[in-house]
Ligand binder design. Structure first.
Ligand code: CP
Ligand code: NVA
Length: 310
């Protein structure tokens, strides 16, 4: 696609603002097309989709996107591959590159995905790692723009684990497009300095702010978007009980919503742990856009696939 001259999509933090806006604009035109099966830019192409972790949205949206664009997505559970028996990432990358036109991978360790990309001759897409979830963050920016028609002047409040893949990707994404972001997290779970330093450069260029606080109400105050994610991410299950205690004051509920703007949009990448990071009342309430957001994964996934593989 014109404007996207990269082989892989590993981190939203490494995309330029222009590349992000290109993907969002393509997503918009693809969404408008709906299920137009005469449009087959990926006719005859295949995507290998390696999963080390569970997935509903990422798996289904990529598989459906490939099919609707004329191609085919192969679901490859890591434990069924020789990769699960010790074949190296390097060899897996080289072999898969002889069969498929692109690889999507959801993995525990971000470094593994970088290694896969460096040995694969075909595009590699990060479908979530411990560090970033770029496809989700691009969808989130798309959803915000779709509903609010702008980025600049808006405030997004991220409430919860400020050190997880979603918080990191949103900090980078917001800084790139010039959206103010305030992250409210308890001490010890706030965004890393490396993430903040990297994002700060973009936010300065785009005249936006990044604020980190322990105070949920400060974050929610006048927010245009309230975003939350699970307190315990995949791979952290052993810490779940401890995290429930640490994050107990960081629930997105009716009280928090009252601090935000009247038309605040509530977002969650899903899956949600209802009753923990978010109440049913808010998730199912009139401000919630979570199912539109989930639907948009399909449209944005198509834009990403076309940008890298068509
Ligand atoms: N949001 C998201 O990536 O969902 P899945 O884990 O179901 O893919
Ligand atoms: N932070 C969550 C996101 C799930 C889409 C996790 O990594 O489990």
């Amino acid at each position: 696609m014109p404007g996207i001259k990269r082989k892989d999509l590993l981190e939203i933090g490494e995309l330029s603002k222009r590349e992000i806006l290109k993907i969002l604009s393509l997503s918009e035109s693809i969404k408008k097309r709906g299920r137009d099966l005469s449009y087959q830019p990926l006719k005859g192409k295949t995507l290998g989709m390696i999963f080390e972790k569970n997935s509903t949205r990422t798996r289904v949206s990529f598989e459906v996107a490939m099919w609707q664009l004329g191609g085919y997505g192969l679901y490859l559970n890591k434990s069924d591959l020789q990769l699960g028996r010790g074949e190296t990432i390097e060899d897996t990358a080289r072999v898969l590159s002889r069969y498929v036109d692109g690889i999507m991978i959801r993995a525990y360790h971000h470094e593994d995905v970088k290694k896969l990309a460096s040995f694969a001759s075909v595009p590699v897409i990060n479908g979530l790692t411990d560090y970033e979830h770029p496809c989700q963050a691009l969808t989130d920016l798309f959803t915000i723009y779709e509903k609010k028609k702008k980025f600049s002047g808006l405030k997004l409040a991220f409430i919860g684990d400020g050190d997880n893949n979603m918080a990191t990707s949103l900090i980078f994404g917001c800084a790139k497009v010039g959206l103010d972001i305030t992250v409210a997290s308890p001490k010890g779970y706030q965004p890393g300095k490396d993430v903040l330093n990297k994002a700060e450069k973009d936010s300065m260029m785009n005249n936006s702010k990044i604020v980190v606080t322990e105070d949920v109400m400060e974050a929610a105050e006048n927010a245009d978007v309230i975003y939350t994610d699970v307190w315990t991410s995949m791979g952290q299950e052993r810490e779940a009980e401890e995290r429930k205690k640490v994050f107990s004051g960081y629930q997105v509920n009716g009280k928090i919503l009252k601090k935000a703007k009247k038309d605040v949009m509530v977002m969650h990448c899903l899956p949600a742990h209802r009753g923990e990071e978010i109440t049913d009342e808010v998730l199912d309430g009139p401000n919630s856009v979570v199912f539109d957001q989930a639907e948009n994964r399909l449209h944005v996934q198509k834009a990403i696939l076309i940008s890298l593989m068509a």
